[in-house]
Every structure is written in structure tokens, then in C-alpha cells.
Design a protein around this ligand. Sequence first.
Ligand code: NDP
Length: 335
Amino acid sequence: MEFYLPDINRYDNMPYQRVGRSGLKLPRVSLGLWHNFGNSNPLENSRTMLHRAFDLGITHFDLANNYGIPGGTAEENFGRIIARDFRNLRDELVISTKAGWNMWPGPYGDFGSRKYLIASLDQSLKRMGLEYVDIFYHHRPDPETPLEETMGALDQIVRSGKALYVGISSYSVEETKKAAGILRQKGTPLLIHQPVYNMFDRWVENGLMTVLQEEGMGCIVFSPLAQGLLTERYLCGIPADSRAAGPAGFLTAKDIQPDRLHQVAELTEIAHERGQSMAQMALAWNLRLPGITSVLVGASSTRQIEENANALKKLDFSNDELLRIDQILGKPLKK
Ligand code: NDP
């Protein structure tokens, strides 16, 4: 494809939700570039996925310094695509990146020091060819660096204009409260939390959502499909082109356990009764919590992006459906 002309009807169907008590809105479905955008993936597929997403009203793309194989290449490829196809659309996009996991050798390329976060964001901006990102996250808590320093770095980043908003990822309930308090004192609101949340990992239900509401923060959940487990992808074996068969190693054949598949097969029956695919029901189920601003999905094809965006056509659940889902999820798994 030579030229990309965005669909003029792209804003007709996607709902946008306010992020906590901020002025920013995000699409209910956002796209993450953790997998399938690095140098080991065909650039043309990454490019058409971004086009399709944007055409469907998905205005938010989420990255991190270390995404892609090798780390950093997702940002580089994204930068190429942005320069080529989205040059005049920057103001219609919300682009995020992060630092917090190991990125370069030595003591300054990991965790949460001011030294690491400032240097990493500068590198990310260079790789993506951007002047600023919309949201910059601290990617995971750092048990050693004082939280004052990490939050001070986020405050400095906003004041320097390199990010418009800041967020945190995978912080506990207590850490979130403290981080929000520190940033409030500095006059820079903490916009958003990015936790894992899906039918198999429900930790956010134990206090985090309440704190986010109290603090006026949004919530964008990662791995809402448990990396693909909460879809119909693995019901008949492990496809050769799936994440579990691929080189990344975050989802492997060991994670595709028979009891899990049994649960997914039972859940799929409910999804089909609702007129949805398993993936669509899993996304709708996440969005049933009022505090969830957006679900951050990954995808390896445009077809998956279309299917996932179509989840928004049916978000309501009957009490009976919710009860049956809880019963299936509550069954003990063999160790
Ligand atoms: P998901 O749980 O959405 O898993 C995505 C994978 O599921 C896809 O790559 C695809 O697998 C499969 N899939 C997606 N849609 C469908 C469908 N409709 N039918 C069948 N299979 C489908 O999310 P990710 O784990 O990819 O995480 C999403 C984003 O969240 C990341 O890109 C990243 O931006 C962010 N993230 C943040 C983290 C953090 O620490 N803050 C950690 C992890 C992720 P396949 O490739 O096999 O086709």
C-alpha cells in the first residue's frame, strides 16, 4: 500500500471515555505494540494494523522503551510508520511510552531513578521521531529508589514538555496512593494506572479500583485477553503463528494448560449465546467495571483488531451471565 488515507467516518462508532477527572478522553479499546511491531515482524503488517485501528477510531497507541525484538525496535518501526502515514495526524493521536524494565547495561538503564527515566524518554522520543509523548509511564515499582525521586522525575518530564501526562504501571494499592499524593503536592496530577486485568487475574478488584476513583485517576488495563488465552485461539491446539508458539517467551506452551482450556471452552459457550466471540466477551467483561477507561489489546492481524473493536457493540451482562462466568472462573485448577 503506497498512501494511507484515513477513513473519514473513523469517529462514528468508537466511544471515548474521560480518563479519571482529567480533560483527556481515550477510546474504550486501545492498541498496544508490545508484540508484532518489532524487527522480527513484517513492517507492512504492523503498518496495516495501525491504519485499521485508526480507521476504527482507535486513537491511542501504547508503547514502551523495551518493546519489540530486539528491545526498542517497536518504537523505531512505529516512528517510521508515523512519519510516513500519520505525519499530519499527530494531534488526533494519544501516544504513550514507558520506562522501568531493564533497557540498557549498567546501573542506569533499569528501575526508577531520575537518571534512567529522563534518559530513556529522550531515547524513546528519538526512536519514534516525536517531540513529545502524550503519556509517559513508570513501568513498574522500584523497591530501592525513593518514590519522591521517581515521581519527581515524572513531574520534571511534564514540566519540560516531553510528556503531557504521566502514569504508573503495576503499582500496588498502597504505592498508588503514595505516588498520587506526592504528585498532587507537586501540582502534576497522576493521570492513569496501567495494571493487568482479565478473567484470570482479578487483583485490581481488591482495592485498586477504589483508590483510583478516590484519586480521580483513570485505568487502562493490559493483557485483557491474558495474551490470547481468553480467545478461541488455543481451543484446538497451538497454532504455529500464535504468541505461544513464537520466540518472545512471555506466553509459552506451558501456559496452555488443559484446565484453563476447559474453562475457556465453557466461557466460549456463554460468549456464543451472547452473539460474541470469546475475545469480545472477555473485553466486554473487563469494561463492565465503571472505573476502567480502556482495554489495551494486542493484535497480530487487522482481523483481530476489527473483532476486538466490535466487542463494544454489546457491553451489558445479565446477572445470570455474570454469575455463570464467576462459577466457571471459581473452579480450582490442578497445580
Ligand atoms: P492481550 O491480552 O490483548 O493479548 C493479545 C494477543 O491475543 C494477540 O497478540 C493475539 O495473539 C491474541 N488476540 C488478540 N485479539 C484476538 C482475537 N480477537 N482472537 C484471537 N486471538 C486474539 O494483550 P497483550 O498481552 O498483547 O497486551 C496488550 C498491551 O498491553 C501490550 O501491547 C502493551 O501495550 C501493554 N502491556 C503492558 C504491560 C505493562 O507492564 N504495563 C505488560 C504487558 C502488556 P496472537 O499473536 O497469538 O495472534
